[in-house]
Write a protein that binds this ligand. Sequence first.
Ligand SMILES: Cc1cc2nc3c(=O)[nH]c(=O)nc-3n(C[C@H](O)[C@H](O)[C@H](O)COP(=O)(O)O)c2cc1C
Length: 246
Amino acid sequence: MKKKVIAIHASSRKKNTYHLLENLKEELAAYDIDVEILCLSELDIGRCVGCEACLRSGTCHLKDDVDAVMRRIPEYDGIILSSPVYMNNVSGMLKTFLDRTCRWVHRPELTGIPVLFVASTAGSGLRHTLNYLEDAALQWGAIPAGKIGRSAGSRAKRLEKKEYIRFVEYLNMDMHRYKPGMKELITFEIKKILAEKVLTRDKEYWVEKQWLNKHYYFEASIDPVKKAAASFFYRFLSGKIKSVEE
Ligand SMILES: Cc1cc2nc3c(=O)[nH]c(=O)nc-3n(C[C@H](O)[C@H](O)[C@H](O)COP(=O)(O)O)c2cc1C
């Protein structure tokens, strides 16, 4: 069945990063994957005012395009998260959007969705930016599925299959076969502790999702050694953190 992917574009211009997304769209079409490019520059995205209402009530007071976009994104089979490198990191446009997705950090809604990371730079900051994009996706509960980067020197280089094939595989894979890495397992345990002990509203969500007694968001092929290490980490950290209800 055709897979639907949303590519988040975060530059004001349709140039280097956008060309990479267009190129990816062409390549992925051969695998029956449809890529829709969402230009953040064409949306009304206000800056987070820091009130934390989204964390408490699940809704944001700002009336702009973010809520509608956040409701659409979980409907896609996959996400391409992209940015030009600005000051050795993601563009302010993307960061402004990511700040607004903060409620997904505590109540993940993108679990099991693979994310491919794309960045372009003149020369510096590529690895750092791609790692930051990956970290944002991990916070959302999504699945890291590869990184594509280009600098001025490699801009003309065609996309190679090895750069996006993991994304294609994950889009078509039975997720019970997915092997979460240590970083994903630890991130899950930290969120679980926060939900259990710190943010009561999140606890309701985690109970509803039946995650509180799980090792990951869904039944996956977790390596037993990693599972034991993450469980040890959970017990250790949980013992250190006092419940707000105590
Ligand atoms: C505000 C700004 C900051 C930038 N910062 C960096 C940087 O830190 N390192 C770098 O190598 N290139 C930097 N660049 C260059 C861009 O990363 C590069 O041109 C990128 O490919 C632009 O992508 P775009 O064509 O999709 O907008 C910067 C460009 C701008 C406009």
